[in-house]
Design a protein around this ligand. Sequence first.
Ligand code: B1M
Length: 213
Amino acid sequence: MDDTLQTLREAILAMDEEGALAATQKLLAGGADPQVILQTGLTEAMLELGRRWNCGDAFLPEIVAAADIFGKCSAAVEPALATTSSSDVQHHLVLATVKGDLHDLGKNIVAALVKTVGIKVHDLGKNVPAERIVEAVRDIKPKLVGLSSLLTTTMPEQKRTIDELHAAGLRSEVKILVGGAPVTQAWADEIGADGYAPNAAEAVNVALALIAK
Ligand code: B1M
């Protein structure tokens, strides 16, 4: 399995869609844990690409192509995640990547994993203004709001969204979970979020803990 995970990472880095999808299917057919495919295969490849970008060894078109392949591979993995039946849904999560931010691969993995524990995800997408999130909270009345940010320049939008929920009188109605590569527990505390998760698997645990509070 480790060899195939390596093949998957290399195929993404080489922008080889066919090879990446074949490696994903091989891992699934061999009974690999879908979460391992997402984290150790797909996510690790994107992190390596980020490192190469920082050194000037990768360029934007490569990142865009790799992100596209990442999306197709994770879509292939998603059906293999054990899912609670829709009749078991007891809680709702309104999830978004905040305004100004177009990074959604991580948020999409969070959505896929959270769905597996019987939480219905209302994914508002990327580049979502605070006002749209407030509107969704008013309409859907979720127990949880999840805010993803991948840029240091968009992290303040997480705070602005929390402020807007306060202003709308809705802050006490929801628990707020924040995440994304530059986000930390200290930032979550500073902006008054209820929870922080460094990765999608931990986001599931934190979401369940916040619901239980
Ligand atoms: Co961008 N980008 N990017 N990029 N990009 C980063 C984030 C960067 C770190 C790259 C670098 O190393 N220099 C850098 C940010 C630097 C900073 O803020 N200080 C950067 C930059 C600068 C930019 C642009 C400004 C580049 C430019 O145009 N000059 C531009 C900004 C566009 C915008 O958003 N307005 C840009 C654009 C893009 C693409 C569109 C090409 C593409 C995104 C495609 C897409 O998402 N559909 C892209 C990509 C792919 C990356 C890197 C290489 C990979 C990100 C990724 O998808 N990782 C990234 C490098 C890096 O992060 N080191 C980089 C895989 C993903 C599964 O992980 O998103 O971290 P991640 O999600 C994890 C956790 O963070 C967590 O769980 C996930 C799964 O375990 N998590 C949560 C995420 N959200 C969560 C929410 C939660 C809980 C946990 O609760 C709600």
